[in-house]
Each structure stands twice: as structure tokens, then as C-alpha cells.
Design a protein around this ligand. Structure first.
Ligand SMILES: Cc1cc2nc3c(=O)[nH]c(=O)nc-3n(C[C@H](O)[C@H](O)[C@H](O)COP(=O)(O)OP(=O)(O)OC[C@H]3O[C@@H](n4cnc5c(N)ncnc54)[C@H](O)[C@@H]3O)c2cc1C
Length: 381
């Protein structure tokens, strides 16, 4: 189906992203997998190409695109390489940077945004804790007032870019009595005394992204590191999560679509019983089914992207896009593995990695159960 949300400017941008991918990403994928992380060169190259500052105002070194369709194009092109790329990039540029851009003080913007846009400061977001991620309002990391300082103790886990990042927007409890109304966001630099991180976590997939635990032991900060308003962190996160979920949805479908296209090629080339496997009616009908599912999901997400560009996306529609895209992605990729036969289970085949990588998309950014909880509540249930 012809897509209608992208115009010539978006397509020109897509071409420049593809150049970046061909030159600076594709030749290094195996190195990234082996290192279980993206090297600093990835970030610096992306920064040079203007791919890290789409939401950053020009005065701080960004391009202030002001149209989420550009972010979506970037997510799509990175997802075609592998699911970890839009994840690491998205956490930095589309998920964490907006907290500083939209809620930061002038001093914070001057201090951090030029490095965010250039790739010298890599961002992460610290919400989830070892004791739980779904129930964000129950987080336990504390900041206690001590004179002019806040003293932070606790830990975060599963943090994307956690091993290599420089600055973490971190949700911390500043009032133990007030539940969700007692949470504040702090910008915690990796150089802060008392900050440390664990090893790169050993994941089932998404090897190219580093994921780590963060520890805070008497980290001393001041009001100057508070992002947004005191005790308003939960509200700030609720306002920003729809963009995070939409970005995930865009990447989920672009990722599955790319592997499906590769699988269709495979089904035309691989023979069994003297004919291409794609010509067996079962497989032909299956591929017809999968292509339809991808296009239907893509159409819904395109509409969400357009709405978000026009500032009309609702949190509920973002939740629908997130759970549905990850479900479609998982189902499609599972069939793609099957169509590859034994090769589909071999790590050197992209389809195998894609299948492993996709599993987490039903868990993170708010699990699919939590998405359905939100949608159900909106139905008055
Ligand atoms: C690779 C990876 C990268 C990640 N990156 C980040 C990051 O950068 N920053 C960050 O803050 N977090 C990150 N996360 C954490 C992720 O967002 C959480 O894992 C997720 O929110 C679920 O939290 P949990 O793991 O504590 O599961 P739990 O909250 O313990 O949930 C366990 C199960 O119970 C279900 N459940 C919980 N509550 C309900 C309910 N009310 N109704 C029905 N079912 C329910 C959940 O859906 C899930 O199936 C990442 C996770 C992974 C795996």
C-alpha cells in the first residue's frame, strides 16, 4: 500500500540517513555485536550528520525539526539494520533528550544539549528498578534534602545505554509520603561521585545495545540538577511516554517488514521438492497474510505519527500502537524463522537475530499488559 505521510523533504532526509547507515553502521555491525555496545564513533558520526539533534533547538547545536515524521524516518532506517539501533538512538534522541529540551533550565540546556547533539554526551533514562518497572509510582530510589543538596541512594536496572552513557535522566523519590506525587527527575552525570554501574547485562537478544544497572551511593546533587518541577516527575514521565511508545511502534514494524521482505526473497530462492518453497500454497498464503498484517499495522502507526506531528496523538492511541506493533512484529518474525527452516535458527542469519531481538518489545516501554490496562481503563473498565 502506498504510504502517504512522507513528502519529498522526508524522503530526502531518508536518503541521507541511508548514506549514514551504509557508510557508518552496516560495515561495523559484527563489531557492535561482539562488543555488546555501540562505540563512541557511532554517536560522533551520527552527531556530525545531524542525526542526534532533531528535537534540539538550533541555538544548542540541533536542527529542531519540529515534525516527528523525521524522527520516524530515522527510526525506520535504523530498524532495517537491526532492532538495537533505533533503541539506542531513540533512547538518546527521542526519549531522553526531550526531557531536557522541554523541561530543562537554560543552564541545563547550555550545559548538556550541545553534547547531546554532537554525540559527546550519550543519554539514558532511569525509571525501572530491580524491585519493579511496571509500577513506576512505587520506585524506591530516594533523594533526601541535606542543606542545599539532595543525597541520592538506590539503583536502576535494565538501563539502555547504561554502560556507555554519560547522563541519565533519573526518576527519584523526593517525598516518601506522596506516592506518584513524590517523584522528581534528576539529571545524573556518570562522573558524579557515588555513581557507578554494573556489567553489561547478558541479554537474549539486542546484542548491539548495552544495558546495565546503575547504582547511586550518596550521590550529592543540587536543585540545579532537577529536570522539570520538584515532585512532578511522574506527571512529566506520563506526558513523555506516548512519544517513547510511538517510536517503539515505528521501529517494531519497520524491523519486521524488512525481515519479511528478506524472507520473501528467500522463499523465492530456496527450493524443496524441485520448486521454490514460496510457491507451496501454505507458504504463499502465509506470506500474503503476513504482508497484509504488516501493512495494516503500518497504516495505523502512520496515522499515529501524523497525529503526533500535529500534536494530537493521545496516550491511549500510542499504547495501542505499542502493544499491537510488538505483537505483529513477534508473530511475523516467528513465521519468518519457520520459513527459513534450520537456517532460521542459526545466529548468523539475520532472521534468527531479528526474532530474538523482537522478544523484548512486548516487555519494555510499558509491557503489553500495562498497555492493555491503560486501554481498558479508557473503555471505562
Ligand atoms: C533490554 C531492556 C532494555 C530496557 N531499557 C530500559 C531503560 O532504558 N530505562 C528504563 O527505565 N527501563 C528499561 N527497561 C525496563 C522495562 O521498561 C521493564 O522491564 C518493564 O517496564 C517491565 O518492568 P519489570 O521488568 O520490572 O516487570 P514487572 O513490572 O515485574 O512485571 C512482570 C510481569 O507482570 C506483568 N504486570 C505487571 N503489572 C501488571 C498489571 N497491573 N496487570 C497485568 N500484568 C501486570 C507485566 O506485564 C510483566 O509481564 C528495559 C528492559 C529491557 C529488558
Amino acid at each position: 500500500m502506498k504510504r502517504e505521510i512522507y513528502d519529498d523533504d522526508h524522503e530526502a532526509f531518508r536518503a541521507s540517513v541511508k548514506e549514514f547507515v551504509d557508510r557508518s553502521v552496516l560495515p561495523h555491525v559484527e563489531e557492535h555485536i561482539a562488543a555488546k555496545a555501540l562505540p563512541r564513533e557511532f554517536w560522533l558520526e551520527a552527531g556530525k550528520q545531524g542525526l542526534l539533534g532533531l528535537c534540539v533547538p538550533e541555538e544548542y547545536g540541533g536542527s529542531d525539526a519540529g515534525d516527528f515524521r523525521f524522527n520516524a524516518v530515522l527510526q525506520e532506517e535504523l530498524a532495517k539494520v537491526g532492532a538495537a539501533y533505533p533503541t539506542c538512538h531513540g533512547i538518546h534522541a527521542d526519549i531522553t533528550a526531550p526531557y531536557i529540551v522541554e523541561l530543562g533550565t537554560e543552564e541545563q540546556k547550555q550545559r548538556w544539549l550541545p553534547g547531546v547533539a554532537s554525540g559527546e554526551i550519550v543519554l539514558g533514562i532511569g525509571m525501572t528498578e530491580p524491585s519493579g518497572g511496571s509500577d513506576l509510582a512505587a520506585l524506591k530510589t530516594t533523594a533526601v534534602r541535606d542543606g542545599d543538596s539532595w543525597v541520592i541512594n538506590g539503583s536502576k536496572t535494565f538501563i539502555t545505554n547504561g554502560y556507555s552513557g554519560d547522563l541519565f535522566v533519573t526518576a527519584v523519590r523526593t517525598d516518601p509520603e506522596k506516592g506518584p506525587k513524590g517523584i522528581t527527575l534528576f539529571g545524573i552525570e556518570a562522573t558524579a561521585e557515588g555513581f557507578s554501574r554494573g556489567r553489561k547485562l547478558d541479554k537474549v537478544g539486542m546484542e548491539e545495545s548495552d544495558t546495565a544497572e546503575l547504582f547511586f551511593e550518596n550521590v550529592r546533587l543540587t536543585d540545579a540538577e532537577i529536570i522539570g518541577e520538584l515532585n512532578m516527575g511522574f506527571i512529566h514521565m506520563m506526558q513523555k511516554l506516548p512519544q517513547e511508545r510511538l517510536g517503539c511502534a515505528v521501529a517494531n514494524i519497520a524491523h519486521a517488514k524488512q525481515i519479511l521482505l528478506e524472507t520473501i526473497d528467500y522463499a523465492k530462492e530456496r527450493n524443496a521438492f524441485g520448486v521454490p518453497i514460496g510457491t507451496f500454497q501454505h507458504n504463499k498464503f502465509l506470506l500474503a497474510d503476513l504482508v497484509t498484517r504488516i501493512e495494516a499495522a503500518e497504516a495505523y502507526i502512520d496515522k499515529c505519527v501524523l497525529n503526533h506531528s500535529q500534536k494530537t496523538l493521545t496516550a491511549i492511541d500510542a499504547a495501542k500502537a505499542k502493544w499491537f506493533s510488538s505483537q505483529v512484529q513477534s508473530e511475523v518474525l516467528d513465521h519468518c524463522v519457520q520459513l527459513h527452516g534450520g537456517y532460521g535458527f542459526m545466529n548468523e542469519y539475520r532472521v534468527a537475530r531479528a526474532w530474538r531481538d523482537a522478544r523484548v518489545t512486548k516487555i519494555w516501554a510499558g509491557s503489553n499488559e500495562i498497555m492493555k490496562e491503560l486501554i481498558g481503563r479508557d473503555l471505562g473498565l
